[in-house]
Write a protein that binds this ligand. Sequence first.
Ligand code: NAD
Ligand code: IPM
Ligand code: MN
Length: 364
Amino acid sequence: TTQYRITLLPGDGIGPEIMLVAVDVLKVVGKQLDIRFEFQEALIGGAAIDATGEPLPPTTLEMCKDSDAVLLAAIGGYKWDNLPRHLRPETGLLGLRAGLGLFANLRPAKILPQLIDASSLKPEVVDGVDIMVVRELTGGVYFGQPKGIFTTETGEKRGVNTMAYTEAEIDRIGRVAFETAQKRQGKLCSVDKANVLEVSQLWRDRITQLATEYPDVELSHMYVDNAAMQLVRYPKQFDTIVTGNLFGDILSDAAAMLTGSIGMLPSASLGASGPGVFEPVHGSAPDIAGQDKANPLAQVLSAAMMLRYGLNQPIAADRIENAVLQVLDRGDRTGDIMSPGMNLLGCRAMGEALIEVLSGELTH
Ligand code: NAD
Ligand code: IPM
Ligand code: MN
């Protein structure tokens, strides 16, 4: 038996609802494949603020460091939106990423044939789309100094953030992206704003330089405004995309919608060593929290990414991904991916459907 210690961070909003489903799925697959999961739960985000006064208690970071992988749901909500920046749930998430050195965020957006009708784009535009966004996660304008709200000489307030990347930061995310492209279709598109920003000029220069070490990868560059447009115009042109923290945040939400719903998109946040964090691309969805309406599939697919990228258990990962395809095949849908003639399920019922399929009891 292989045993793993997994830290669970359910967080806020729909987080606890979707986490329950993912844990149930992991337990079933673990039992079937003789993998033992030792789950330990910790506080982050608003839940941590309410309990301890801070969004990332030191014990949470310690527990995460001391585990084989971290499964995170989502953080944030209206209740904490007016707290000072250092006490906001989002600051806890950024602290977790920085604290674990998770500079590479892999966000796959793959169209499942079962969900073509759930996309807001025409079927012929989205059919066959399979994109991997490699987002830099611990640098750029999210972390650059100086930052803050300062008072000028005239007494006016001035908000400041700084977009900055060092060569070393660009090179390490660049290498992850080239290696990712090598394992896919061998095409890499680097997205920046080099026509305006110095930080992007350096980004483009370094990525271009790195390309000489990966002659089997076809590199192209695109400005971020055009990339946003091309993603909805003709998404099939993309294979692997590499970009900075903020551009990657925005483009991955856009890419998510190609697949029908942001409720379907998982991600993996990885560092040079140590445990990764596996989390959906979406947030805590406060508008539907506590109503049993959330789509748990992004969370479940994040658990599959944890098995594949974090624990090197590809068979277990395949099993979970296949179960997701099977429930979609039988027409099970949550509200966000619902289309006429399908079975509308809540979050919990979707979890039960997954367990049923995994256990081989195909009852309907
Ligand atoms: P969001 O992703 O939470 O929600 C956007 C829309 O998508 C909402 O209408 C929501 O109902 C819907 N949605 C999201 N996930 C869904 C799911 N699994 N099933 C069905 N529908 C789903 O983004 P937002 O509303 O901009 O942000 C809400 C809060 O979440 C904010 O506090 C934000 O900071 C936080 N946030 C956290 C993370 C994270 O934890 N990684 C990511 C994004 C946003
Ligand atoms: C995400 C989120 C986070 C980000 C926020 C909540 C800090 O939007 O994971 O995509 O901007 O990285
Ligand atoms: Mn985001």
